[in-house]
Design a protein. Structure first.
Length: 259
């Protein structure tokens, strides 16, 4: 299993890529995972492992970063990425397929979730998340996955861009961009004060859900819905994901979904 962890922030105050790197403390733990080759995903420049902070500091006008690990195929290699979605009023930090770094999260996660701009975070199975949100029929065929029984819809675009796509809107592992956050669930999540304001959810509602393990920390609520990252849309896992979606987001005022 390869895992990813996603952090959502309101995007104010992050004017340089190095600002977000400062609060992650990743530099202190990357060496423990023996990552030998680190590359700037934007430029292809090799970055020395112990000089990431200096590298980002020099890019004074850069507000995002994409640090890729290893020399695998581009767009498929493990990475640490930070970028802004200005039209959705949030910034996103994603640690992808770096199970070693994620396993050390008790060492560095506190610094991130206690930041004043933090909204929410989740851990997820990278492959499961990808398949649950894959809409391209061609991608299913490339992956060798039968899509004949899956619901489909028109993408709403005029010719020649018009085509049928897989309808993922009812998938338990679906995610959707909303204003200020991403509507998505994980077996383990961290929810900041801003999250509860954005989705119009009282913390007491979460505490009263007896099927959840809820721990109210300083400025953050930590919840566990299942004993491992979700990797199935069927059976108990599918039911829990749907229940969690409904619990967290049913009272939120929704914006137009980007697909």
């Amino acid at each position: 299993m390869t895992l990813s962890i996603e952090f959502i922030f309101s995007y104010e105050n992050f004017y340089r890529a190095s600002d977000i790197w400062d609060i992650t403390c990743f530099s202190d733990y990357i060496s423990k995972c023996n990552f030998d080759v680190l590359t700037d995903g934007f430029t292809g420049v090799i970055i020395e492992r112990d000089k990431i902070k200096e590298y980002l500091d020099r890019a004074s006008k850069q507000i995002s970063f994409d640090i890729e690990i290893g020399l695998d195929e581009p767009n498929m290699r493990p990475s640490i990425r930070f970028f802004h979605l200005v039209d959705r009023a949030f910034a996103r930090l994603v640690v992808s397929d770096l199970d070693c770094l994620i396993s050390l999260r008790d060492k560095w996660l506190k610094n991130i979730v206690e930041h004043e701009n933090f909204v929410h975070a989740r851990i997820y199975n990278t492959r499961f998340d990808f398949l649950q949100n894959m809409t391209s029929i061609q991608s299913f065929e490339i992956e060798g996955i039968d899509h004949s029984q899956l619901p489909k819809k028109h993408n709403g675009l005029p010719p020649p861009l018009a085509e049928m796509t897989i309808d993922t809107s009812d998938n338990p592992g679906r995610w959707q961009f909303q204003s200020g956050y991403i509507e998505a669930v994980g077996a383990e999540m961290w929810l900041g004060k801003r999250f509860f304001e954005l989705v119009n959810l009282p913390i007491s509602t979460l505490k009263n859900a007896e099927w959840l393990d809820v721990d109210e920390l300083e400025n953050v609520v930590h919840l566990t819905a299942y004993d491992k990252p979700f990797d199935s849309a069927l059976g108990e896992q599918g039911e829990i994901q749907n229940r969690l979606h409904d619990l967290l987001f049913s009272q939120a005022k929704k914006t137009k979904i980007l697909t």
